[in-house]
Design a protein around this ligand. Structure first.
Ligand SMILES: O=C(O)CCC(=O)C(=O)O
Ligand SMILES: [Fe+2]
Length: 287
């Protein structure tokens, strides 16, 4: 792997609300990824609606459609960045959604938005989600490269930005654009004669509802074949304390067994566990 100064990317992401990491994947892996996605794009109808676009194809459930995408989701550089931004607000981060996006010639510029508008709750300075957009094709100003409003994560939500403040994320195939859920951005208009393909892998705080229902996208009989790190990110691990259990236990037990009844267990953080034990000890001592 390239020697990458991740700290520098994290600093830029916090300051500008977005960052581009150039050429993070290349060669055979990149080619295979493009081919895996293209096979499904050929069968996928156009999306519908003014936000998702009528001249765009969008498909989810990407970890089932592309083996390469599983490596991208757990890329150590990406996870270090995601954990740096989201880690302070949760016990573990999780996948929010996967969406491959193919913007066809003639598509209009998308409405400016913040992706974290999904979560209608005051954010109090916290980040709730962060997106990674992998460029499958080169992203240019003309072909629908994502448009970002730098610094907008500090501003009020607006559907319009001063024209000279919008920046197209120009990047070569194999690069990745990362932006905060609070950064205002949009898919660009495609003014060329060929489509632009990108793959979004979005991450969020482990205690939120995921935009793409991960347990329906990857039920246990599917997810059991994924690498363990990806299984955990999808959500087959409890967010401690006690969020997301199956019969009071870790949901990844379903990869091996499906017992009819189970003992419910405390699924606490070590700190909470120690505190709970301390309370009981003190009660016993006082009795
Ligand atoms: O396709 C893109 O470049 C970005 C799309 C986007 O921001 C979205 O659909 O939320
Ligand atoms: Fe978006």
């Amino acid at each position: 792997m390239k020697n990458i100064n991740v700290e520098r990317y994290i600093d830029t992401l916090k300051k500008d609300g977005y960052v581009i990491i150039r050429n993070l994947i290349c060669g055979e892996n990149l080619k295979a990824l493009g081919q895996e996605l293209e096979t499904y794009f050929q069968k996928t109808p156009q999306s519908e609606g003014v936000f998702w676009g009528n001249n765009t194809k969008r498909m989810g459930r990407i970890f089932s459609k592309s083996i390469q995408s599983r490596h991208l989701a757990t890329h150590p550089v990406i996870l270090e960045i995601m954990n740096a931004i989201l880690g302070p607000y949760c016990e573990r981060i999780q996948i929010n959604l996967t969406q491959a996006i193919q913007i066809a010639p003639g598509e209009y510029e998308q409405t400016l938005h913040r992706d974290d508008e999904l979560f209608p709750f005051p954010k109090a300075g916290a980040e709730f989600m962060v997106n990674a957009m992998w460029a499958i094709d080169d992203f240019t100003e003309e072909n629908g490269g994502t448009i970002v409003w730098p610094g907008s994560h500090h501003l009020e939500t607006s559907r319009q930005a001063p024209e000279n403040e919008l920046v197209p994320a120009i990047m070569k195939s194999g690069s990745v654009l990362i932006w905060l859920g609070s950064t205002q951005h949009a898919g660009g208009a495609n003014k060329t004669s060929v489509s632009r393909t990108g793959l979004t892998i979005s991450y969020c705080l482990g205690w939120l509802r995921q935009a793409e229902n991960q347990y329906l996208a990857y039920p246990p009989e599917v997810a059991k074949n994924f690498p363990e790190q990806l299984q955990d990110l999808i959500g087959y691990k409890v967010h401690r304390p006690n969020l997301g259990w199956y019969e009071g236990q870790e949901p990844d037990l379903l990869f091996h067994d499906r017992p009819d009844t189970l003992a419910a267990m405390d699924l606490f953080t070590p700190e909470l566990d120690a505190l709970a034990q301390e309370v009981v000890r003190a009660r016993i001592a006082a009795a």
